[in-house]
Structures are given as C-alpha cells and as structure tokens.
Design a protein around this ligand. Structure first.
Ligand code: TXA
Ligand code: MG
Length: 344
C-alpha cells in the first residue's frame, strides 16, 4: 500500500508527497477539525473537475476554498469587508466558512458560476501544513460521495476512495468536531447563516455587532437551477443507505414500526434508557445499537461514525432518537439529523 495505514499521522515526507500530488493535478484527501476534505488545487480547473467527478457532485453545488491564512483568503475574493475581517480574526482557524465576492482567478467550476466564493482556514495541523507546502488554496468538499454521510476518519475516506490511485489519503486521526463548518453569507449587507455548525449564530452576531438576517430564498447571484442560497441545504444530504427515521423520546417502539415499513432488522441510535427499552421489546430484531452521548460536542463528534456503523450492519430501518435539546450546537445536530432522515 503506497498510502498511510490506519492511525499513521502524516509526517513531513508525506506532506511533501501530498503537495506534489496536488501540483500534478491529482487529489489529496486531508483531515480537518470538522470532517475530511477532498483536496485539489482550487486554481486548477481540471483538478477541480476531478473532484466533482470523484464525488459525483452536481456542478450546481459550489466548493469551499481552504486557505492557510487571511492573506491567501484575500487573494481569492474581490473585497474584504469589515465583517470578514472581524469573523476571521475571531474564529479562524476554525469551523467557519465565509461566503464573499469572488476574485477573477477562481475558476467558474469552484463557484458553480456564481459571483461568490466560500472560504475557510481549517484548524488542523495536517491541513495547514499541506496548504503551506502547496503554497496555494485548495478546494475541500467533504470526502464522501455526493449525498452520503461525511467522513470523520481516514478509514471512512478509504471506504469511498481507497482503491482509486488518483486519490492520496492523509490520515490525521478522527476529526475533533465531527460535523461540517458553519457557512455564513457575507456577500451583501445582510449577513446570514447558510449552514449551522459549531460556530453559532449568537457568537457571529456578537462578533459582527449586528443581527443576522433570516435565511431567505436563493441569493440573486446563484446560477440558474440552484434552488437554495447554499445547495448544501438540499433536503436529503448526509444520508445513510438504509431508511432512517427520527423518533421522539419514549420507550415504546411500537408507534415507529408500522406495517408497511420493513423492520425485521432495526438499528438504533439513542440515549441509554431508550436503548435498554428497545432491546427488551424488539429482541433479536434489534441488530445494532449506538448509545449516543448526552453532551452536544460529544454527540456531534460521534454522529457520522455511528450512522455509518449502523448502516454497515445492513438494517432495513435505522431509528434515531430526536435529541431533546435544541440550543447551541444541538441546532446544527438537528439540521444534520433532519437531512439524514429526509425521504426526498
Ligand atoms: O467543514 C467543512 O466545511 C468541510 C471541511 C472539509 O472543510 N467541507 C464541506 O464541504 O463541508 P462541502 O462541499 O461538503 O460543503 C460546502 C457547503 C455546501 O453546502 C455548499 O453549497 C456551500 O458550502 N457553498 C460553497 N460555496 C458557496 C457559495 N459560493 N455560496 C453559498 N454556499 C456555498
Ligand atoms: Mg458535503
């Protein structure tokens, strides 16, 4: 195997090879604090098109450009408003993506032809070393096939791309945060959140000293056919293969298992009391359980790996207990759960 085995950390020689891979127009999957990204030179249109092809991603869904520092960030946008300066100062490196007016050097493919570009500085030493060594910005959509659950370990990335010799995988261990960055629109005078994440609305609003606008309809600069201001907001996203249903806390599985829904092989993600109760009532039909943490950060960190393990057990139904709390990071968790369980 030419690439690191599980648990290996990327060393200097590996980073060098990864930067050469990017220079050759190929793809490097890299760890960030949120999820693994599928990296390619952001200024090389053919490398970017390889990323779209590998993911099976519709061209209407633009990519996030990952930069090493604010100097590099300013190189890919046309203007650098006070709002960007404030949020960059307060939250970068970190799980926050800023959408800004795009500079002409950014290929159309990156922005889906739109007039804005999404940018962030990831908070992970391997990602930062890679971008520094490469010396230019890299795109980094989550390293999963389009619409599937995002990867939070190098093993998850290997499952999708490990046999493809156009993809080098850097192993940086499990991602600390576990869900994708907050995306905030700064391209006009009404900043708003397009995708919730660890960096929360109140903290952004406080740093800007300005309230955030409600999420509106499609931004005027979005290309024809893009129905949402941020296409990541499409209903079904981050989804496992098996049908997944959100259930309210309660210890009786009967209401969730109707005739007509196959439920001979059930997987469950829930808190300890619900896991115990379902084990008693479903018996051998409960083929897989994931006991989910009560703390929001721990829950976010665990979620995608738990969904993948549940899916790997080949259930015909995945039941997920709806977390009772909705404040803080829970809002981002509910957003991802809603998408994972959307039937659309
Ligand atoms: O945490 C993250 O953001 C991870 C890591 C690898 O950095 N990346 C990630 O990328 O989640 P991706 O491609 O899976 O999600 C990018 C999101 C999508 O919802 C996309 O529609 C939105 O950012 N986006 C990208 N460019 C945009 C733009 N110009 N305007 C509005 N939304 C944009
Ligand atoms: Mg994604």
């Amino acid at each position: 195997m030419p690439y690191p085995s599980p648990g290996d950390q990327a060393d200097d020689a590996m980073i060098s090879r990864a930067a050469d891979t990017l220079r050759a127009g190929r793809v490097v999957a890299f760890p960030t604090e949120t999820v693994y990204g599928l990296g390619a030179s952001a200024l090389d249109e053919s490398a970017v098109s390889l990323v779209f092809a590998l993911k099976g991603r519709p061209a209407s869904n633009p990519l996030i450009v990952h930069v090493h520092d604010t100097h590099m960030a300013r190189g890919v946008c046309r203007s650098w408003p006070e709002s960007a300066a404030r949020l960059a100062e307060r939250f970068w490196p970190g799980p926050l993506t800023l959408v800004l007016p795009r500079a002409a050097i950014v290929p159309d493919l990156v922005t889906s032809g739109g007039d804005t570009v999404a940018i962030r500085i990831p908070d992970h030493p391997t990602a930062l070393k890679l971008i520094a060594r490469f010396g230019a910005p890299i795109v980094g959509p989550s390293a999963n096939r389009s619409g599937m659950v995002s990867p939070t370990t190098a093993e998850h990335v290997r499952q999708a791309f490990g046999r493809d010799d156009r993809v080098m995988i850097l192993d940086g261990g499990p991602c600390r945060r576990g869900i994708e960055s907050t995306v905030v629109w700064l391209a006009d005078a009404s900043p708003r959140i397009l995708r919730p994440g660890f960096v929360q609305a109140h903290a952004i609003s406080e740093a800007l000293d300005q309230p955030l606008a409600e999420l509106g309809p499609a931004a005027p600069d979005q290309p024809e056919g893009a129905a949402h201001a941020s296409p990541g907001l499409l209903a079904r996203h981050y989804a496992p293969n098996a049908r997944a249903i959100l259930i309210n806390p309660g210890t009786d599985p009967a209401p969730h298992i109707h005739p007509g829904i196959p439920a001979e092989r059930v997987a469950l993600l829930a808190s300890p009391p619900l896991v115990d109760a379902f084990q008693r009532s479903l018996g051998s039909r409960l083929i897989h359980t994931e006991t989910m943490p009560a703390d929001a950060s721990a829950y976010a960190h665990a979620l995608y790996a738990a969904l993948r393990r549940a899916d790997d057990a080949a259930p015909d139904l995945i039941l997920i207990e709806r977390p009772a709390r909705t404040d803080g990071i829970w809002a981002a968790i509910h957003d991802r759960l809603k998408r994972a369980t959307s039937a659309e």
